[in-house]
Design a protein around this ligand. Structure first.
Ligand code: FAD
Length: 239
């Protein structure tokens, strides 16, 4: 029996990108400058901060689509179920449970992950759990994960196809995928999958997808600092 690995965190790696603030400017300026707007690719985008802010504020969204970022994401399957609901401006490829044997890597919450929810559906608030609740959570999860992965391996050893045997594995199992987006589709994702006090439209995402979103946002902010700043200034609403 392979010993499972229990993880509290998620991984996000920016593997490929063509994304800069200047990409927003040349696309926007074609309106007035035609092909001469290509000169904006070499311009100092700092001088055009105002244009980026105007586009964000007035929700002229398409200039924010002329860029690309590809992330390798490793997270539990329950996070991917939520992630794949984002259809517009996203491309996905995920590892296959039919073509490869799935590794025993499972999610367990870190000690600081709030465990107790209150309030109403759609607007839950969370509180820390007691030490006993944390202990119970870890024990229950680890036991269920060990049991289901042992059943999976027994079925494979008995000659059962991977695509059939995987049905016993839980949604806490880690998967990996490439996710490619542009700044506009990422902003829409961030507006829904992060909880921020400065958001004009509040959202109440599950903490684990928010952990993925936060890592993506940090990578994007480094590539497109002016666009990110404008997103913050205008209440984290996707243009
Ligand atoms: C806090 C939270 C709780 C949620 N709870 C649930 C739940 O209980 N059950 C559940 O099923 N889902 C739930 N969801 C998922 C949610 O309903 C959306 O599927 C998900 O947030 C993706 O949003 P989206 O459709 O705007 O994104 P995308 O699919 O990326 O679409 C982006 C935008 O493109 C436009 N668009 C895309 N497709 C169409 C279309 N077919 N027709 C018209 N316009 C389109 C819309 O303007 C849309 O906002 C939840 C999401 C959040 C953030």
């Amino acid at each position: 029996m392979t010993e499972p690995d229990f993880r509290h965190d998620v991984s996000v790696t920016l593997v490929k990108s063509a994304a800069a603030d200047a990409d927003v400017l040349f696309a926007a300026r074609v309106s007035t400058a035609g092909e001469a707007s290509l000169a904006e690719l070499d311009a100092d985008p700092g001088k055009s901060k105002g244009l980026i802010n105007y586009l964000m504020r007035d929700r002229h969204g398409t200039p924010f689509e002329h860029n690309s970022m590809t992330f390798l994401v490793q997270a539990p399957i329950f996070v991917f179920r939520e992630f794949h609901r984002h259809r517009a401006g996203w491309s996905y490829n995920e590892e296959s449970g039919r073509y490869r044997e799935l590794e025993p890597v499972f999610y367990t919450p870190a000690a600081d992950r709030p465990l107790v929810q209150f309030g109403r559906p759609g607007k839950y608030e969370f509180a820390e759990g007691t030490a006993e609740q944390h202990e119970r959570t870890l024990t229950a999860m680890e036991s269920a994960y060990r049991h289901s992965y042992a059943a999976y391996q027994e079925m494979l050893a008995a000659g059962i196809a991977r695509e059939v045997a995987r049905a016993v594995l839980p949604v806490g199992l880690f998967s990996s995928m490439y996710a490619t987006c542009n700044a506009r589709s990422l902003m829409h994702f961030l507006s829904l999958r992060t909880k921020r006090d400065n958001a004009k439209v509040p959202s109440f995402p599950q903490r684990e997808i928010e952990m993925v979103a936060e890592r993506m946002e940090a990578e994007w902010a480094a590539l497109m600092p002016l666009t990110h700043a404008a997103f913050e200034t205008h209440g984290r609403v996707a243009p």
